[in-house]
Design a protein around this ligand. Structure first.
Ligand code: FMN
Ligand code: 7N5
Length: 377
């Protein structure tokens, strides 16, 4: 078999290994998957404007986020139920992120608990590695349940809460509906000890939604407003990052409410189909926040040049979601190591070949819209 050389190669290898249930769930976007595909394709609408003859023998990819230094700005996004990819699940991802000195975010809907994930890096921390972990929070109808998650994340040393705001309901992912997606029976939603059976018991079976959508409707609060997220802020001293912003209007509200950061995200194209690709939404959000809080991006990041373009358009760092799942499926923790090694090296190369030796050098002067996409109107 030919050597793996790109994230695309890892994805192809993983697709061959995964069963239909997990593959449908990991792969799919909402509805016609227009946004899912556009997230990656949109990066190709931007071109890099490289500078030459600068000494690029040393390239520093480092960034600082909420006072913590990272070796590179490529972090791991919160994705649910990682043990469907490989028994090591979330623990493989958090360990690999720690070894690479990049951030890891844990989903509320994880198959390893908040505490297990924190414990999994203890040996690496003892060797001198730094682990920065963010906890992705869904606001449960039952506020005591939400508060319990917040307290546990604080106690286990997580660095920030990422409150997801694009999911009052789970988007319609047609493959999950058609094939009736279910978490395998041997797994649990580890933060709550919820098993597949309990979900079916507590909700009405419906022809028109997946197991997960039923769980979500049952548990997660669709009445969420800014006031509820302010309630979260009042409960904790941890920085609160709002995940799932796509417009300048909402970005300004995030700043007005004194939250600490924004992730420009469309949930990997899994929520509302036909919204803009995140790289296309980034500039308006960055402009609206006027440098007051950091802006991050996720969605479709698959190459070092994608990372470079996102930083040029104002992102502090980016998150990869599916690539970490494909990597886990391909080869567990070693697969994630390989995935991060590849994309970090690609990013280093993109910086060097563009004449940038520090991430702060990567400004909007380094990108332009490819001529064929400029409107002739
Ligand atoms: C299988 C899967 C599960 C996800 N689960 C969550 C989740 O539990 N919470 C959340 O806020 N976002 C979740 N996301 C969205 C990711 O955090 C992220 O926004 C998205 O994956 C980025 O796009 P990418 O997969 O193209 O990198 C999930 C995405 C995928 C693909
Ligand atoms: C109820 C689980 C939600 C996970 C999620 O956010 C996703 O599948 O995109």
């Amino acid at each position: 078999m030919a050597k793996i050389a790109s994230l695309k190669d890892i994805e192809e290898a993983a697709i061959k290994k995964l069963d239909t249930n997990a593959l449908n769930y990991y792969y799919s976007g909402a509805q016609d998957m227009i946004t899912l595909h556009d997230n990656s394709e949109a990066f190709d609408r931007y071109q890099i404007r490289p500078r030459t003859l600068r000494d690029v023998s040393n390239v520093d990819m480092g960034v600082t986020v909420f006072g913590k230094k990272f070796s590179s700005p490529i972090f791991i996004a919160a994705t649910a139920m990682q043990k469907m990819a490989n028994p090591v699940g979330e623990l493989g991802n958090v360990r690999s992120a720690c070894k690479h000195n990049v951030g890891f975010s844990l989903s509320s809907i994880s198959t390893s608990s908040i505490e297990e994930v924190a414990d999994a890096v203890k040996d690496l921390e003892a060797e001198g590695h730094k682990s920065v972990r963010y906890f992705q929070l869904y606001v449960y109808k039952e506020r005591a349940k939400t508060l319990n998650l917040i307290r546990r994340a604080e106690k286990a040393g997580y660095d920030a809460l990422f409150v997801t705001v694009d999911t009052p309901y789970l988007g319609r992912r047609l493959p999950d509906i058609r094939d009736n997606f279910k978490m395998p029976y041997h797994l649990k939603l580890a933060n709550f000890q919820t098993s597949t059976d309990e979900v079916s018991d507590s909700t009405t079976e419906s022809e028109n939604s997946s197991w997960l959508a039923r769980y979500f409707t049952d548990q997660v609060d669709p009445s969420l407003t800014w006031n509820d997220v302010l309630w979260v802020k009042q409960q904790t001293k941890l920085p609160i990052v709002i995940k799932g912003i796509l417009t300048a209007e909402d970005a300004k509200l995030v700043v007005q409410h004194n939250f600490d950061g924004i992730i420009v995200s469309n949930h990997g194209g899994r929520q509302l189909d036909s919204v803009s690709a995140t790289i296309d939404a980034l500039a308006e959000v960055v402009e609206a926040v006027e440098g007051k809080i950091p802006v991050f991006l996720d969605g479709g990041v698959r190459r070092g040049t994608d990372v470079f373009k996102a930083l040029a358009l104002g992102a502090k760092a980016v998150f990869v979601g599916r690539p970490a799942l494909w990597a886990l499926s391909y080869d567990g923790e070693a697969g994630v190591d390989l995935m991060l090694d590849i994309i970090i090296e690609e990013f280093r190369m993109a910086m060097a070949l563009s004449g940038c030796t520090e991430t702060k050098d990567i400004t909007k002067d380094y990108v332009k819209i490819a001529p064929k996409y400029i409107s002739k109107l």
